[in-house]
Design a protein around this ligand. Structure first.
Ligand code: GRF
Length: 206
């Protein structure tokens, strides 16, 4: 695919960045419709930053701590970096900061997230422990558009895995993570190719 037609993607991380790596690996495929142009972390110690640099991806760190409670100022800095790199699409991948409604609205339709549960079940944190505590027979992962309400945007892709006898939050998380790495690149490709969107449903032909 021509470099000029590939969507420029920023992946936002806070930690180890295994989903980020899955996206970087998928985008190496010449026919993939997006390129990972930038990785941004709010955490200077995120292991994913080193993984991104090792893959030759430009990285930026915007430490949220000096901004204190001023989320707008943090997001302003983030916005400037995204603009400087001509970013078209944002993938949240283990990004542990809540974004304001102003930010998510400005990027609506162009920002997606991966959540380690079958939404709308288990929004929020500690999804694997909660799925086990609830006695769920299946669990999984969801890629969805980001909207102001947390983990509530339209769903793009989901994958289910079985919950097995003797599972711990860690064994279940590892099983879910494997499918995360499959559905996130697939969902980003669909978005970059315009096969999914928010609010463009047309009336079906009669
Ligand atoms: C993943 O489980 C993702 O679903 C959740 O945070 C975790 C990030 O893991 N949002 P990684 O940094 O991509 O390895």
């Amino acid at each position: 695919m021509n470099e000029h037609t590939r969507k420029r993607v920023a992946v936002l991380i806070s930690g180890r960045g295994s989903n980020m790596t899955a996206l970087i690996d998928a985008a190496k495929e010449p026919s993939y419709s997006a390129e990972i142009a930038l990785v941004v972390s709010n955490n200077p110690d995120a292991a994913g930053l080193g993984r991104a640099r090792a893959a030759g991806i430009v990285t930026a760190t915007i430490d949220h701590r000096p901004f204190g409670k001023d989320r707008e100022a943090f997001e302003h800095a983030l916005h400037r970096v995204l603009e400087a790199h001509h970013i078209d699409l944002i993938c949240l991948a283990g990004f542990m900061r809540l974004l304001t409604a102003a930010f998510t609205s400005a990027w609506q339709g162009r920002i997606i997230n991966i959540h380690p549960a079958l939404l709308p079940a288990f929004r929020g944190l500690d999804t694997h422990a909660r799925a086990l505590a609830a006695g769920a027979a299946t669990h999984g992962a969801t890629v969805h558009f980001v909207v102001p309400e947390m983990d509530a945007g339209p769903i793009i892709a989901q994958a289910a895995v079985p919950v097995l006898a003797g599972d711990t939050p860690e064994t279940l998380a590892a099983r879910v993570l494997r499918v995360e790495h499959e559905i996130y690149p697939a969902a980003l490709r669909a978005l970059a190719e315009g096969r999914v969107a928010i609010g463009t449903m047309k009336k079906p032909p009669v």
